[in-house]
Design a binder for this molecule. Structure first.
Ligand SMILES: Cc1ncc(COP(=O)(O)O)c(C=O)c1O
Length: 392
């Protein structure tokens, strides 16, 4: 064999069947081969197991799908290249022109744009409500046949807690599917409710280290399998095997990270709730939070996001964010490092005055994503930044 041939067909290294790697290898291969046409055809007919093309299936992706489905308490999962595609793919796979979708003013803004703007171009109608007003949901679904209700709990960024049991019961009664963007709550929460589909940004808590993007749609096999071919073979928002490996690796510390970050978040929320320069703290783990009672019955913990309204509006909120030393001004959440989104970077666009009120975002609203730093350092940093905000 000439060397040009050798480098394109490198020597095979066989690992004995009884000598397995403890950490699963990354199947960083787009293609998988069979020894014959007959075996390939048998695979396509579903008469034998195997893999063919990584946009549709890959062992590294399969392992992550199985892990995530089990964590969320369902039997199937579909991976995507980002959290946003985990939200959009089910919509493109399940909806058609003439369908109606209900969504909420409190949601992550790209989700609002997806439903309110992009889907509209494909003839899908929608109604935006407030997650606080499930009577309006009942009335809307009674008046308009609806295919899908998409919601969050807690909502991003103001952490309103949805009454999931009531919301899903209303949707079921009117024949609508439900999809919960469960990113903020995490894979260990809400599996006990009859939610049809869970969407997750794996970019956040699953990977945990802010160095990889991914998304997952999780649900019962019948519903996921109805979408799998359209999503993987036709729409194609594939997660790369290396990204899947990093997410699988991140999951090993998921529960310990989450526990430690939630503990830090509670301490931060409690300190900020006592501070004069903070007009309002939203954290469902605080006794007086509007969502506290629901969160206590629905969730195993209260999350790692604390959202505050800084006295003095946008100017003071900006000074506060810029004065923080341990919190980076940055998008996203769920990393090991603490992050801050200042008011100017999260003002909602395209909402009516009423919808803006529902959104709960004020001129001084700041979202804090609490990391794994020592809590004393975080508390001291928040204190000095609030003092700096006052002095401006
Ligand atoms: C609630 C929520 N859903 C979805 C997403 C989108 O995830 P990704 O950035 O992985 O596309 C985010 C990202 O911030 C989010 O906060």
């Amino acid at each position: 064999m000439k060397k040009r041939t050798l480098v394109t067909h490198p020597p095979k290294v066989e690992v004995p069947a009884d000598n397995r790697p403890l950490v699963a290898p990354i199947y960083q291969s787009v293609k998988f081969t069979f020894d014959s046409v007959d075996e390939s055809l048998a695979f396509f007919k579903g008469d034998r197991p195997g893999f063919y093309y990584s946009r549709e299936d890959n062992p590294t992706l399969r392992q992550l799908e199985l892990t995530l489905a089990a964590m969320q308490g369902r039997d199937a999962c579909l991976l995507t290249g980002s959290g946003v595609s985990a939200l959009s793919m089910p919509m493109f796979a399940l909806l058609q022109a003439g369908d109606h979708v209900v969504y909420f003013a409190e949601m992550y803004s790209p989700t609002r744009m997806l439903v309110g703007r992009l889907l509209q171009r494909f003839g899908v109608n929608s109604t935006m409500l407030s997650i606080d007003d499930l009577d309006a949901l009942e009335r809307t679904l009674a008046a308009t046949p609806t295919r899908l209700v998409v919601f969050e709990s807690p909502t991003n960024p103001v952490l309103k807690v949805a009454d999931i049991e009531r919301l899903t019961a209303i949707a079921r009664r009117h024949g609508a599917l439900t999809m919960l963007d469960n990113t903020l709550a995490g894979l260990h929460n809400h599996g006990q409710y009859e939610v049809d589909l869970f969407a997750h940004s794996l970019t956040k808590y699953a990977s945990g280290h802010g160095d990889v993007m991914g998304g997952a749609v999780i649900g019962r096999a019948e519903l996921i399998d109805a979408m799998r071919h359209d999503v993987n073979a036709i729409l194609g928002p594939t997660l790369d095997p290396h990204a899947a490996y990093l997410i699988q690796r991140g999951l090993k510390t998921y529960y310990v990270r989450r526990d430690a970050q939630c503990r830090n978040a509670l301490a931060v929320a409690e300190q900020l709730a006592r501070h004069r320069r903070v007009e309002r703290v939203r954290y469902p783990g605080l006794e007086h939070d509007a969502g506290a009672a629901l969160a206590r019955t629905q969730m195993q913990d209260f999350g790692t996001i604390v959202t505050i309204d800084v006295a003095g509006g946008i100017a003071a909120g900006t000074r506060f964010a810029e004065a923080l030393e341990l919190f980076a001004i940055s998008a996203s959440l769920g990393s090991t490092e603490s992050l801050v989104v200042p008011p100017a970077l999260q003002q909602p666009r395209g909402l009516t005055d009423e919808q803006r009120r529902w959104s709960g975002i004020g001129s001084g609203t700041v979202r804090l994503s609490i990391g794994l730093e020592d809590v004393d350092d975080l508390l001291a940093d928040l204190d000095q930044a609030l003092a700096a905000a006052r002095q401006g």
